[in-house]
Design a protein around this ligand. Structure first.
Ligand code: NAD
Ligand code: DAU
Length: 351
């Protein structure tokens, strides 16, 4: 069946994997990738599919209502998969306003455009909002987030995502806009901007730079390989029940310090360094303000209803990820030159 689908934030980390999956798997779909190309957006992430007939890239800002309305009128989208966001917690602490604008105002701008453009008929339309497990707040050492867990966001980032989730639900409830939401745990894999823990550590090990571990390194995250997240988004987009929320997780909890040590071991081998050499780079630094202790996801609803499960075990996923960064030196060098240096200095050296 032919469909025209708007994917927002498709030049970012997860978005580029979702765009690639949809463009390759659904040749009958027109995939329109709308991205502002902030520091986190990179068209080099999509080089392999950029010339496909069923793919169009459009540069633009989801906050710009006139532009978004024109876009909807022109393309008459059947579905929206909304990933565009400011996504880094540390940046939300130093500059919350960007998060309010893109994550909240940008989401409402898209909701309004979908509502007015689709007002004739909501048949076969879907607004899919991609969100995070951080909306649920922080767990102690036990328990899991389920879809019924009360929202309790703790950072400007998670509060802005929680707000956007509430607005999507409100448009579904009040206006009948067909919408679905997923809340996913920490992703890792290729093309992730090296401000996030795993690619930052890989890049620093490569350059023998200190590996900054916040606090005692005891915070716990549930890690999911990014291609597994993309496959979950595919299933939820096609089979998810309208008005529902689905949690997505890797069933794969790690303490930060253990991940950092594991990456050190993998990279010592791959770079022919002495065992234990990279671990010496570990440096405990001032903790993140309001640092959430633990996230853990109960993804049984998605498994039981739609049959999705993560496929990749972390041992294989971490190896593949390290290999990708080592084999894509040009990509890494390009994204870590220029503004990244200024960000790094402010975040890690002058703090
Ligand atoms: P990212 O920061 O790598 O990419 C975000 C993309 O959005 C970039 O390409 C950027 O240019 C674009 N963008 C930002 N502001 C925009 C605007 N105003 N208009 C249009 N485009 C804009 O983020 P990511 O890690 O790929 O996350 C994608 C989505 O998934 C986000 O909504 C995030 O909240 C959610 N999420 C991320 C994770 C994770 O572990 N990374 C986990 C769960 C959910
Ligand atoms: O849980 C899903 C969320 O995961 C997504 O919604 C966010 O977009 C994504 O950025 C991620 O948020 P985190 O804050 O968990 O990811 P980050 O990679 O920034 O940090 C992971 C953990 O590592 C966290 O406990 C903080 C710690 N950390 C991070 C950095 C960048 C360090 O110890 N040192 C670091 O330099």
């Amino acid at each position: 069946m032919h469909k025209t689908i708007l994917i927002t934030g498709g030049a970012g980390f997860i978005g580029s994997h979702v765009v690639r999956l949809f463009v390759n798997k659904y040749p009958d779909y027109n995939i329109v990738n709308l991205d502002k190309l902030t520091y986190a957006g990179n068209l080099a992430n999509l080089k392999d599919i950029q010339d496909k007939d069923n793919y169009t890239f459009i540069k633009g800002d989801i906050v710009d209502a006139a532009f978004i309305n024109e876009l909807f009128a022109k393309w008459n989208f059947d579905g929206v998969i909304h990933l565009a966001a400011e996504s880094h917690v540390d940046r939300s602490i130093s500059n919350p306003m960007d998060f309010i604008m893109t994550n909240i105002v940008g989401t409402v701008t898209l909701l309004n455009a979908a509502k007015s453009n689709w007002s004739g008929s909501y048949n076969n339309k879907l607004f899919y909002h991609v969100s995070t497990d951080e909306v649920y707040g922080s767990l102690g050492s036990t328990g899991y987030f389920t879809e019924a867990t009360a929202y309790d966001p703790k950072s400007p980032y998670s509060a802005s995502k929680a707000s956007s989730d509430h607005l999507v639900r409100a448009y579904n409830h009040t206006f009948g806009l067909p919408a679905v939401i997923s809340n996913c745990s920490n992703n890792y894999g290729s093309h992730q901007f090296p401000e996030k823990l795993i690619p930052l550590v890989i890049n620093n090990i490569k350059h023998k730079k200190p590996l900054p571990v916040y606090g005692k390194g005891e915070n716990v995250r549930d890690w999911l390989y990014v291609e597994d997240h993309a496959s979950a988004i595919d299933i939820i987009f096609h089979k998810g029940r309208i008005g529902e929320t689905y949690n997505i997780g890797g069933n794969n909890e790690w303490m930060n310090i253990d991940i950092v040590r594991t990456l050190c071991k993998i990279m010592d081998k791959k770079l022919n360094r002495n065992a234990g050499e990279s671990e010496k780079l570990i440096t405990f630094v001032k903790d993140r303000a309001g640092h959430d202790l633990r996230y853990a996801i109960d993804a049984s609803k998605l498994k039981n209803e739609l049959g999705w499960q993560p496929t990749l075990k972390s041992a294989e996923g971490f190896e593949k990820t390290v290999d990708w960064y080592l084999n894509n030196e040009e990509w890494l060098n390009n994204v870590t030159s220029g503004d990244y240096q200024k960000y790094y200095e402010k975040q890690y050296i002058k703090r």
